[in-house]
Design a protein around this ligand. Structure first.
Ligand code: NOJ
Length: 740
């Protein structure tokens, strides 16, 4: 439809119809024909009339081509102006084929690969009815206590931005009809900085921190062309994001030029009341519309209040027109006026074909996301020894993690299946050995996962399981323990104060260790864990996150040496929860900790300041030697570009992938600068003995920051360039930025 036609359409709409476009309801309101059932179901709970539902413009989390076609058909028949519904869903890291959680994808340090993954995710979900997905989550990881670390790729603004842009590009796939979905970046803004890591808690930080560290990844998504932005639940300087004019109008729309649709997070307009900035729905709707929020996700605020707000002269028809037009434009971009069923018409044969490619890619991404944290000469497992596979994740399909709500469990390959395939069934014994947790009650239900259905093992079962596992372990040559957080322990509303492995699993590991056999721990979790208390009880640790549909195969590829691990942490792993919020790019403080014990320095008396496994870290089966960085010139004028050269040599007899990292430190600034900032990285593959030179460039633009007066720019002075395989093992050189 042309823009003129769209404008005509808008003109022909009644005010009620326009407001209807600004309401999003969930499937419950549509699944049945408008019937009596509806009136006593979700509609009544929301307090919306049947008429409003009939005018509503988008649907939340209904998937399945048949269902989508049915709802759309019925809706279109009744729609006066034939404006199709927009179907939106949470396809966070995979639809039926599930890829590793974003935290794992971050560990690939490979945004191009992740872009390919999201292209496939888009095609698979569009073919089953999705048109918009609430992804990428682009909240900067700051605190491992926060459960939603699972959904984010990194603690580093630069790396996170690379991934958020890649995800948008993959999902939107140049708008290929039926093979792309519109992307919605979230949660704008600063959602991950909740105080004490407690979900939905207050966020309070300086504007400098927000702009310097938190904004870049959302901005990268906007610059990559994402069509929607979702507001976050938290406050920004005392004002909840959903009613925050500074954030949405000034920063997002005016400064960044975002012209797309702003949607709230789930019921966030209502929460303006519980936050205590609105007395009632009328005031809440008023705050949100004034902040240019276009779509109200699942509340009655817009549906019941916008008209009165106009009638009372509090807001203008123009505000409604603008919001409605943005939504119509999105529908038009997706081609819905021509084909309201979007990707649902893709032929079944094409889908089966691409399912194979998806699985293959999911395996590659999962291979690259696993991070080898420890290896005491035990991996890879050579030949075909007797292996005791033990632990609650040994044969579990939950390795797709919490947010893969549409995962095809049939297709999910467990570690047991993969190890039996690879090492031979006769060589593998498999036991749970223990329960995930002693107590499931405090976890709370999540969608279809009901805590009441998660029965903890009885005392007798526990003893039997443990006994069997110990016996099998005793008979084995090597033990592989598949341990981790229960899926409900991370993800949304999965904040924890204890970020170690659950107790029953630690207890079992210690008993297994006492047998004196080589023991490998494979971890499944959705956050950085504190591993100090399990590290001494095993010979190797492989961090597998929640690796997705092909997780079993991918892990087995690494255990067997078919894949040489290349994952590098994109987050810091602490020794102890007390170090949180922990991230590598800290300030040095006025009293930096020194190697000698000096009481009056910034340190803990009972724990190192640094991470146990630092940002950028990961082991491989090969090893490399890095040269110190060589800078092309010692002085740099602002219009010049420096080169930094690093030689890397594979000093082993095994081919492998290295992620060469370059950090900078601005030694003196008008405001305090971080001790390290990642500025570039390069992934290279090296044959045994091979030497390669990586050349990085440094431009003045890379040296900019929010200066004391809040202007964005660089300052003359000394900069350190630090290069190496991770944020701890770095070699440095220096240069001066001169001003003309
Ligand atoms: C709440 C979550 O915060 C958000 O990430 C998600 O997209 C919405 N619910 C919709 O399901």
């Amino acid at each position: 439809m042309t823009e003129e036609k769209l404008t005509e359409l808008l003109k022909s709409m009644t005010r009620k119809e326009k407001i209807g476009q600004m309401i999003q309801l969930d499937g419950g309101c549509f699944k049945q024909n408008p019937s009596e059932e509806n009136v006593t179901g979700p509609l009544e709970r929301l307090g919306l009339s049947k008429e409003t539902v009939q005018l509503c413009g988008s649907v939340l989390n209904v998937m399945g081509a048949e269902q989508v076609v049915k709802i759309q058909k019925e809706y279109m028949q009744k729609s006066r102006l034939k404006i199709p519904l927009l179907f939106m869903a949470d396809i966070i890291y995979g639809y039926k084929t599930v890829f590793p959680i974003p935290l794992g994808m971050g560990a690939t340090w490979n945004p191009e690969l992740v872009c390919d993954a999201y292209r496939m995710i888009a095609a698979e979900s569009a073919a089953d009815g999705d048109m918009v997905t609430f992804s990428p989550p682009a909240d900067l990881i700051r605190d491992a206590r926060w459960g939603r670390c699972l959904e984010m790729a990194s603690e580093d603004p630069f790396l996170l931005s690379k991934f958020s842009a890649a995800m948008v590009k993959g999902l939107q796939n140049d708008g290929k009809p039926g093979k792309s979905v519109a992307s919605c970046v979230k949660h704008f803004a600063g959602y991950s900085a909740v105080q004490a890591g407690r979900e939905y808690n207050t966020v309070d930080m300086s504007e400098r921190n927000l702009r310097q560290n938190f904004f870049p990844a959302y901005k990268a998504a906007v610059d990559a062309g994402c069509e929607l932005v979702m507001t976050s639940f938290n406050t920004i300087d005392g004002v909840p994001a959903t009613g925050n004019q500074w954030l949405l109008k000034k920063v997002l729309r005016e400064e960044w030029g975002f012209q797309g649709v702003v949607i709230t997070d789930y019921a966030a307009i209502n929460e303006l009341m519980t936050h205590g900035v609105a007395e009632n729905e009328y005031e809440a709707a008023h705050l949100a519309i004034n902040a240019t929020v276009d779509i109200d996700m699942r509340t009655a605020c817009y549906g019941n209040q916008l008209e009165s707000l106009i009638q009372n002269g509090e807001i203008s028809d123009e505000q409604i027109d603008q919001a409605c037009m943005r939504i119509l434009q999105l529908k038009n971009k997706l081609g819905l006026f021509e084909n309201p069923y979007y990707g649902c018409m893709i032929k079944k044969e094409t889908l089966t074909q691409s399912a194979f490619q998806e699985a293959a890619l999911a395996r590659i991404v999962a291979n690259r996301s696993c991070v080898l944290l420890k290896n005491n000469n035990v991996l890879p497992i050579k030949n075909h020894p007797k292996i005791a596979l033990i632990g609650p994740y040994a044969d579990s399909k939950d390795i797709t993690g919490l947010w893969a709500v549409f995962a095809d469990r049939e297709k999910t390959v467990t570690l047991r299946q993969a190890m039996e395939e690879h090492f031979g069934k006769e060589n593998i014994s498999c036991d749970k050995g223990c329960d995930f947790l002693y107590d499931y009650e405090s976890l709370g239900d999540f969608g279809n996962i009901k805590v009441s259905e998660l029965s903890a093992m009885t005392e007798v079962e526990r003893k039997q399981q443990e006994q069997k596992a110990l016996e099998n372990a005793q008979r084995a040559d090597i033990i592989v323990m598949a341990l981790g957080e229960h899926i409900l322990q991370s993800g949304e509303a999965g904040s924890r104060t204890d970020i170690t492995l659950p107790r029953p699993q630690k207890e079992l590991l210690k008993k297994i260790h006492a047998l004196g056999k080589k023991t490998v721990v494979v971890l499944f979790n959705g956050r950085p864990l504190a591993l100090k208390d399990i590290e001494p009880y095993c010979d190797a640790i492989l961090e597998a996150w929640f690796p997705g549909t092909e997780g079993g195969h991918s892990i087995c590829d690494i255990l067997s040496g078919d894949y040489n691990p290349s994952g590098r942490l994109a987050v810091s792993f602490p020794y102890d929860v007390g170090q949180e919020p922990l991230f590598y790019s800290q300030f040095s403080t006025g009293r930096p900790a020194s190697k000698n014990v000096d009481r009056f320095t910034s340190r803990y008396i009972d724990c190192p300041n640094e991470a146990m496994y630092p940002f950028g870290f990961g082991l491989s089966y090969h090893s490399c030697a890095y040269s110190a960085p060589v800078i092309s010139q010692k002085n740099m004028m602002p219009d010049e570009e420096l080169t930094v050269q690093v030689d890397i040599q594979n000093i082993s007899d095994c081919e492998g992938t290295e992620t060469v990292q370059m950090y900078l430190r601005d030694k003196v600034g008008s405001v305090v600068r971080p001790i390290l900032e990642l500025k570039d990285f390069r992934q290279i593959s090296l044959k045994p003995g091979e030497k390669q030179t990586v050349i990085f460039k440094i431009s003045e633009e890379m040296l900019r920051f929010y200066r004391q007066d809040m202007t964005w720019g660089s300052e003359a002075g000394t900069f350190e360039v630090l290069t190496g395989p991770n944020s701890h093992e770095l070699q440095k050189s220096e240069f001066q930025l001169c001003k003309k």
